[in-house]
Design a protein around this ligand. Structure first.
Ligand SMILES: [Zn+2]
Length: 456
């Protein structure tokens, strides 16, 4: 067979457009759309994220049909085009939640020492075949896949395991959703006169929104609502950029206080840890303060002082304000991460970047829940943005299993020890930043020259 020709991956990136400041009346109209859009999403989440609906989420026509017949459209008076996009949006969320869950179960099966290879193969097949997985979860009969020759797994036990893990790790969707955006399909908008006209609830009537640039898009758009203006997010297909001068092979170690340390010794995102701990402390403090206010509010109510209770509640317990502030802060962190990734690429000029595969992400010493959640979120975000930007710049991104790269000395290969942020090797006397040592070992792994200390 001839070798498969490498297909050039299509790169989708998001471009943003901004509106001029908008009159309150227009913002009111947009907020209404966003709220109804979120209602449709919640409705779809509620009805179709359960195990009984697994058969309906691909390709989703049934959901759209049932939605049209549900009366929700009349109740909300939301045009069909918005309804359909909201439903697809929610279905996308449901699908990715299922696929995350399946990946998680497969991971657990891989690590489960009580399973034989045949058992695992059976579980993987069930997870891969949507119809089989649905049958297992709903306890319906189905034709068992063939696994290894001669192996006859204990189906009851394995099906029970799959059901149990599914119940345990399935997450509820749409519980914490902000109504701050909506999607709009190409038939519900038009670019004209230096702005965009969006379909309204009245047929034939469109609402005009002046934009600050003249770009024109034709795909499904996302309209994000800010305080007094909007952001238009459009997917744009593009080819990777070419950087003939970028020829280096660079490994990165990913950390909490410093985002990346390169195998050449440069650091990027050194302020990340500082930004995050400041933020996690603020969140923690705010929670305590809120607790105190709630107490004061309750006491005022007990005294029969409803006016005082209202005053406390009104001035101090606003979730909306808190959410808006969170969003502002997190968008600062995001902007910083993106700028630092860009700086890294321009400095390192890589042809290929090697990073540790995503496994030992969560350092066990981070005990504060907020801090842990934040670091998990940022590490995930940084990885995703790195992957996006590498694709855009035509840089190959390789993940390697980073086991032992933190323990071995990158100079002599002996087992060393870590003391805070410093790696110390007693054998050869090397001493330096822990992450730099790790990054050099990750590079060796990619080149096949790394040996774990015992192997030497
Ligand atoms: Zn050494």
């Amino acid at each position: 067979m001839p070798p498969a020709k490498a297909k050039q991956a299509k790169i989708i990136r998001t471009v943003r457009q901004h509106s001029e400041p908008l009159p309150e009346e227009t913002m009111e109209f947009l907020r209404g759309l966003a709220e109804d859009y979120a209602k449709v999403k919640r409705y779809v989440y509620r009805r179709y994220s359960g195990i009984g609906s697994l058969g309906k989420i691909y390709p989703g026509y049934d959901v759209q049909k049932e939605l049209r017949a549900s009366g929700l459209r009349q109740e909300l008076n939301l045009p069909d085009s918005y309804m359909a996009v909201a439903a697809m949006d929610a279905l996308g969320g449901i699908r990715s939640a299922w696929s995350n869950l399946k990946n998680r179960i497969a991971e657990l099966a891989k690590k489960n020492e009580n399973l034989t290879d045949g058992d695992r193969k059976y579980i993987f097949t069930v997870l891969r075949q949507g119809a089989m997985y649905a049958a297992v979860l709903n306890d319906k009969p189905f034709e068992r896949p063939e696994v290894l020759p001669g192996a006859e797994p204990d189906y009851r036990r394995l099906d029970n395991l799959v059901r149990r893990l599914t119940r345990k790790y399935k997450v509820a969707l749409g519980t914490r959703m902000e109504a701050d955006y909506f999607g709009v399909s190409p038939n519900a908008y038009a670019y004209r006169d230096g702005g965009i006209r969006l379909g309204s609830r009245t047929p034939q009537r469109r609402v005009f929104i002046p934009l600050t640039d003249n770009a024109v898009h034709a795909k499904q758009l996302k309209i994000r609502l800010l305080e007094d203006r909007i952001e238009v997010l459009a997917p744009v297909e593009s080819k990777p950029k070419r950087h003939p001068g970028w020829t280096n092979k660079v490994a990165l170690s990913i950390g909490y206080s410093t985002m990346f340390t390169s195998s050449g010794g440069a650091e990027y995102g050194q302020r990340l840890g500082e930004m995050l701990s400041a933020r996690s402390e603020r969140v923690y403090g705010k929670r305590r303060l809120r607790g105190a206010y709630c107490g004061a509010c309750r006491k005022a109510l007990e005294r029969g002082d409803a006016r005082r209770a209202r005053a406390i509640r009104g001035s101090n317990l606003g979730t909306k304000k808190l959410l808006a502030q969170n969003r502002r802060e997190m968008s600062g962190v995001k902007a910083y991460i993106n700028a630092e990734i860009r700086r890294m690429l321009e400095t390192e000029k890589p042809r290929e970047i090697i990073i540790p595969a995503r496994s030992k992400l969560f350092a066990p010493h981070m005990q504060k829940a907020t801090k842990q959640k934040l670091s998990r979120w940022t590490a995930g975000y940084a990885r995703k943005r790195l992957a996006d930007k590498c694709a855009l710049d035509g840089v190959k991104l390789t993940e390697v299993n980073a086991a032992c790269t933190g323990a071995a000395c990158a100079d002599c290969g002996a087992a060393g020890r870590r003391s805070g942020r410093v790696f110390v090797c007693e054998a050869c006397g090397a001493k330096g930043p822990h992450h730099l040592n790790a990054a050099r070992n990750i590079l060796k792994k990619a080149e096949g020259t790394f040996k774990t200390p015992q192997q030497r």
